[in-house]
Each structure stands twice: as structure tokens, then as C-alpha cells.
Design a protein around this ligand. Sequence first.
Ligand code: AN7
Length: 361
Amino acid sequence: MTHYTGLIAHYKDRLPVSETTRLISLGEGNTPLIQLHHIPRIIGKNVDIYVKYEGLNPTGSFKDRGMTMAVTKAVEEGSQAIICASTGNTSAAAAAYAVRAGIKAFVLIPEGKIALGKLAQTLMYGAQIIQINGNFDKGMALVKEVANHAPVTIVNSINPFRLEGQKTAAFEIVDELGTAPDYHCLPVGNAGNITAYWKGYSEYATDSATHKAVTNKRPVMCGYQAAGAAPFTAGHMIDNPETIATAIRIGHPQSWDLAWNVQRESNGWFDSLTDAEILVAQKMLSQFEGVFCEPASAASLAGAIRDIKNGKIPEGSRIVCTLTGNGLKDPDTAISQCEETRPVTIDASLDAVKRAILDNM
Ligand code: AN7
């Protein structure tokens, strides 16, 4: 008998699978919800902040939640190949789950704009990588077109099964806290994830068997973008998005209408942060809490901190920030921020090591 772990097995009552569906899983989900113990004190506010550390999924990002579902359904429907455009994490996840399924993965990535760890993974999993001399938005447009001309299943978040898988992160948070938080903060690129969380919170507010309401508590949803790639704060699509947070270097979000709907229904908002603000939050998390996320992920905490400080998120609130990807995804950006914490180089002698310790106590 096949033994299944992972989020589909755990939440199968709330996902579109049957008893006979072959699950394509790598044991994703069930990621830590970590309460921040130092940052609230540092910012001087009485708030309860948790981070949902999605970097601990099998390929190091939240994309695994959507990919287990999308590839499971692609295989169930007889697909032999999947395709995506990607800023990096989707391609790594698609590549891994394709291997697990025994099908082919094609990934379109913007040349030179993929963080090193994501490229390394995707190469190792053996996906067919197609680099284009254009950004994510261009790649996405090409993928939609080519899917009409070749037998490939699109596994970007326009594939509705992606959002089905991703909604389980909200289930896990409610299971752990016993209730939805007051505010939920996320980085926004294509806006698939913020849409999926809202779907998850909304569905979990009703009993899966009786469809009766069990709670009316859902969080205010706060979406944060990088200032150079912020179509939601601009109110229109952006043609040349730029940010150091390459994961969210996206100017034409695919879930535009769905995400505006989330904003309205949850009484939430979109806002943007400079690259500098994003990197400060990334480093704070590492150095004050011991949690290492990739730059794009830190946009959620950077936004939360700003809106806690300015009172938009009131004291006494319980806030969850999703950390979408692991810090190991982008070693270059991490190292370039750590000039003053570079290793000291000394003689290989007891005396020198002793001095290096005593001088730095
Ligand atoms: C770390 O991999 O779009 O708003 O092609 O990798 O659901 O798009 C990545 C997106 C946030 C934004 N944080 O999520 C891709 C891709 C990280 C990400 C987002 C992404 P959406």
C-alpha cells in the first residue's frame, strides 16, 4: 500500500481528490508557525506576531503546496508534461514534482534574474530550462500561448488547483491558533497566494460536511509589493518591474481581479516597500529571531512592521506574516548584506582562536 504524507492526505476532505487519486507528494505542508519573541519589543509595540515559515517545504517555498495539487491533478488527467513561467520558485517546485510524477517539466525563466539556489535546484531536478531575454510577464504570456500549441499543462497559479493546494496554509494556521488571526500579511507578486489564503480562511469558516458556519472570524488581508514592482499600489499593470526581491519582480499579476476582491472582502490593503526596507526586515528576522527567509518573503514582515508602527494595525492585534521562501534560495543577496559580519581570518593556533573569542565577547 502506498503511504502518503503531505497536505493532500491531511486535508483530503477539503481538496478535489478521490480515494483512488494517486497523490504526487513530497511531504509538503505542516510548516512551523513561529512566534516572534524579540521584534515586537524592538519596535516597542504590544502585538503578537507569528511567521508561517514556508521555506521549510520540500523545495524551500510555499509553491510546493500548490504544486502537489496541480501535478496530482495533471497526472490524474493523463498529462505527460507540465510547463510554467517563473521567477524561480515555481520552476523549482514544478521540476521536483514532475520528477516525482515521472513526467516532463519545461520552465521559462528570465535570463540572469533567478536567485542562485533556485537555479541550482531546477538544474538538479533535471527540468528543461528555457531562458528568455525577457521578464516573468513576457514568459507568462508565452506560456499561455504555447499551451495552445503543445500538449503541456500550465502549472502557474492560473491553474486553479494551485490555489486549492495553497489554501491549506490558512487551514494549518487556524488549526494551530484555534482561530484565524486578526491580520494576515503576505508578499504579493501574481497575487495567487493572497487569493488562496483568503479562500482557505473562508472555507474553514464553514463545516466541510454540513456547510454550516462555524466562525465568522477571518483576517484582514494585507498584501505588500516591492516599490519597483507594485502594480497593486499603482492601480495598473507595470511594464518594467525592478526589485532586488526577484521572486516578486512581476508587473502583470495573473490574479489581479481575484486579489482586489480579497482586499474588498477582507477590508484589507495593498502597499509597497522599498528594496532597502525589505532587506532591513530580512536581516532583522535573521539576526533577532533566527529565521532566514528570502528577500521577497521579508516584504510581509516589513509591511507589518510599518503598519504596526503607524497604527494601521492596532496594538493588541494578532498578526501572521507568511515567509514564502527559504533564505538559502538567494545566497548572493544575503552575503552582500553582511559586510560587517564577514568571517575573521586568523592563524590556525590556539592563541589566535582564543584572542578571536575574547575580543568578540
Ligand atoms: C518567495 O516562482 O511567481 O503573489 O514564478 O517566490 O502568489 O505570486 C513566485 C512568487 C512571494 C509571490 N514570495 O506570490 C514564481 C513566482 C516568493 C515567491 C511570491 C513568490 P504570488
